[in-house]
Design a protein. Structure first.
Length: 367
């Protein structure tokens, strides 16, 4: 555990320093776009934080490679090189989009290309924890992997609209996923707890911790598409490397639900971004627009229209992300009855916080 904490700390410190440096350079050379109609900030703000986050990722990964603890993780350099190459490519695409506002078709094509490179080099789904199901062919595995990777990148990018929203949501979700992958490694490989999924999660945690202080309201810098898509890519990659480590055939009846967690947890962490993504695509297609045409009708915008403050809207996402992801993790610790109680109480609390502005308005109307 100490090794992972050290890597997370390195990632956080380097990301913070590079974000501060990027902020200074952006202001000096005016590397920031004009305010758009859908934006909630009121003055031009740099959007190149993703470049700094990529730097934190590379330095932390290089530091891990220099430590003997992670020798088994770096035994297959092809996967590591593929992940770094994919991360660089998606950061570059996002960087260009942040500066020049690329056409959505070009950006989407770039996302598919990046996911394809990653899958082609072996970072892909081989098996699913459903009755030991193994994906039959390399082609099928590649297609499924590419689709899921692009879906996660797009979902994370779609909610990047409020100060501290993406970095906080990803931080919470990845913390839970790190605990899960670490516990899974203890069960499947008691003699060696070091694995790629936990390492990537620790680095992402550090990236978010290092970036969040300068991104909290009022944000001094945004991560932009480069940062949001990079985080989505790394989250997807972590999930891909851990999927299939548990075979339900080897589990008892009481362990059947935990066996499905590799499939459920990554989607559960991103349930709000995926919901926002789905609603946005359907809404835009119904209006005869491009599914990637920007608007101001995302969930975080609607929360503000409901009466939440900027920070309140962000905390709604934090609370629901924590509730959903922790509910999945609870299968490791609690019986079904305990999980039901946790979910019930958590849902009541989260719903109360989400709907509280409506309650206040009705109270005010009665007075």
């Amino acid at each position: 555990m100490r090794a992972y904490l050290l890597i997370a700390a390195i990632s956080a410190v380097v990301t913070f320093l590079l974000t501060w440096l990027t902020l200074k350079i952006s202001h000096r050379y005016k590397l920031y776009p004009q305010i758009r109609a859908r934006d909630v900030h009121t003055k031009p703000t740099p959007r190149l934080g993703g470049v700094a986050m990529f730097g934190g990722f590379v330095v932390a990964l290089a530091a891990a490679g220099a430590f003997g603890w992670f020798k088994s993780v770096f035994a297959d350099p092809v996967q590591i090189i593929a992940i770094v190459a994919a991360a660089f490519m998606i950061t570059l695409i996002g960087f260009l989009d942040d500066l020049y506002d690329l056409d959505w078709t070009l950006k989407l094509a770039g996302q598919f290309a990046v996911a394809g490179v990653l899958a082609w080099q072996g970072v892909q789904i081989i098996s699913l924890p459903i009755a030991g199901l193994t994906i039959g062919s390399f082609g099928t595995s590649l297609v499924v992997t590419v689709f899921l990777t692009v879906l996660v990148m797009s979902a994370v990018n779609f909610i990047d609209g409020l100060d501290g929203l993406v970095s906080g949501v990803v931080l919470i979700g990845t913390l839970v996923f790190f605990v899960y992958s670490y516990l899974l490694a203890q069960e499947t490989s008691p003699s060696n707890y070091f694995n790629l999924a936990s390492l990537l999660s620790a680095i992402v945690i550090g990236m978010c911790v290092g970036f969040l202080p300068l991104n909290w309201r009022p944000a001094k810098i945004f991560m932009g598409d480069s940062g949001a898509m990079l985080l989505g890519l790394l989250m997807a990659t972590s999930a891909l490397t851990v999927t299939g480590q548990i075979d339900p055939h080897m589990a008892g009846k009481e362990d059947l639900l935990p066996a499905f967690i590799p499939l459920i947890l990554p989607l559960a962490i991103l349930v709000l971004p995926l919901l926002d993504f789905t609603l946005a695509v359907l809404r835009r297609l119904r209006a005869g627009k491009s599914p990637f045409a920007a608007d101001r009708q995302h969930i975080h915008h609607r929360l503000q229209d409901l009466g939440h403050s900027h920070v309140g809207s962000v905390f709604v996402f934090y609370i629901w992300t924590a509730l959903i992801s922790l509910s999945c993790l609870m299968f490791f610790f609690l019986p079904v009855q305990g999980i039901v109680l946790f979910v019930t109480l958590g849902t009541v609390a989260a719903s109360t916080f989400t709907l509280w502005p409506i309650v206040q308005k009705r109270r005010g109307a009665k007075k």
